[in-house]
Design a protein around this ligand. Structure first.
Ligand code: T3D
Length: 262
């Protein structure tokens, strides 16, 4: 890797934009510079009407090893809370507010903030050789990058607490079995499986998919009545949008729909 090589590679295939974390020698761990490039790439994807699905993956044998522990931003004496607020918080919020589905293609180990970066994506597909490590406890920290919120919701309190306290490596297959991620596939199938799902979701009514992400997240903190009312409000919005009219017309006329809303 040369000094000028991007820290995040950006590639388009149809309406899918793939963002590849590109610090393979350091397991794609986060420096301040890589944070800047990833956030900028996500902003660009959000603003590009031609992008209908985003994939985040890693170069080399790792997905992401969390914070680069050698980066000056994380040097002893620094306020780590400030680092989190400045970089990891905006990253999670940017991903969770993307106007298109976001997939994580976890090609190798995902540790610390790297694990939770994957888990905050909409759909996580991992290679069989990949693993997830809540590495924070091993260096005297708590899970960040949304880990305290995401993990219990994905796997339940008992598993979340044990995973976070032990910092044990959870193999991809076990992660899929316990519902931490969507799917574990053979290493050789990761790219194709991800590309196929990304293309499929990108051809769907992405505005409704994004509203579905929002609705499921919001419902976590609602009682049933509030969730029912929230669903009704969303159907009011979506039912007046182009994609609903298109979907119903295509169904009634037995033709393939062409969804364009974002
Ligand atoms: O500042 C703060 O801490 C606040 C922010 C918190 C957010 C966080 O993410 S805290 C958690 C930080 N991450 C970790 O603690 C994970 C540290 N890394 C590991 O535990 C292991 O490297 C892995 C399990 C990820 C992979 O193990 P393995 O045996 O497959 O590879 P390796 O040999 O350990 O790593 C390969 C290289 O990547 C190695 O460099 P070298 O010796 O070949 O020059 C290693 O130092 C480097 N590397 C891996 N992780 C990091 C890293 N370099 C800097 N920072 C890393 N996080």
């Amino acid at each position: 890797m040369t000094a000028t090589e991007p820290l995040v590679l950006v590639a388009d295939a149809g309406a899918t934009r793939t963002l590849t974390l590109n610090r393979p020698a350091a397991m794609n761990s986060f420096t301040t510079a890589m944070h800047g490039e990833l956030l900028a790439a996500l902003e660009a994807a959000a603003g590009d009407a031609g992008v209908r699905c985003v994939v985040i993956t890693g170069a080399g044998r790792g997905f992401c090893a969390g914070q680069d522990l050698g980066d000056p931003a994380a040097a002893p004496g620094k306020d780590l809370g400030e680092l989190i607020e400045a970089h990891y918080l905006p990253l999670v919020e940017r991903i969770r507010s993307m106007p298109v589905p976001v997939l994580a293609a976890v090609n190798g180990v995902a540790a610390g903030a790297g694990a939770n970066l994957a888990l905050c994506c909409d759909v996580v597909i991992a290679a069989r050789s990949a693993s997830f490590i809540q590495a924070f406890s091993k260096i005297g920290l708590v899970p960040d990058t949304g880990g305290t919120w995401l993990l219990p919701r994905l796997v339940g309190h008992a598993r979340a607490l044990a995973i976070a306290m032990t910092g044990d490596k959870i193999p991809a297959e076990q992660a899929a079995q316990m519902g931490m991620i969507w799917q574990c596939v053979d290493d050789a199938a990761l790219a194709d499986t991800t590309a196929t799902l990304a293309a499929r979701l990108g051809a769907m009514p992405v505005r409704a998919l994004v509203a579905t992400r929002h609705a499921l997240g919001a419902a976590q903190d609602m009682d049933l009545r509030a969730a029912l009312q929230h669903e009704a409000r969303l159907q009011t919005e979506l039912g007046a949008a182009h994609d609903y009219l298109e979907g119903v017309d295509a169904f009634r006329n037995k033709r393939a729909p062409k969804f364009t809303d974002r």
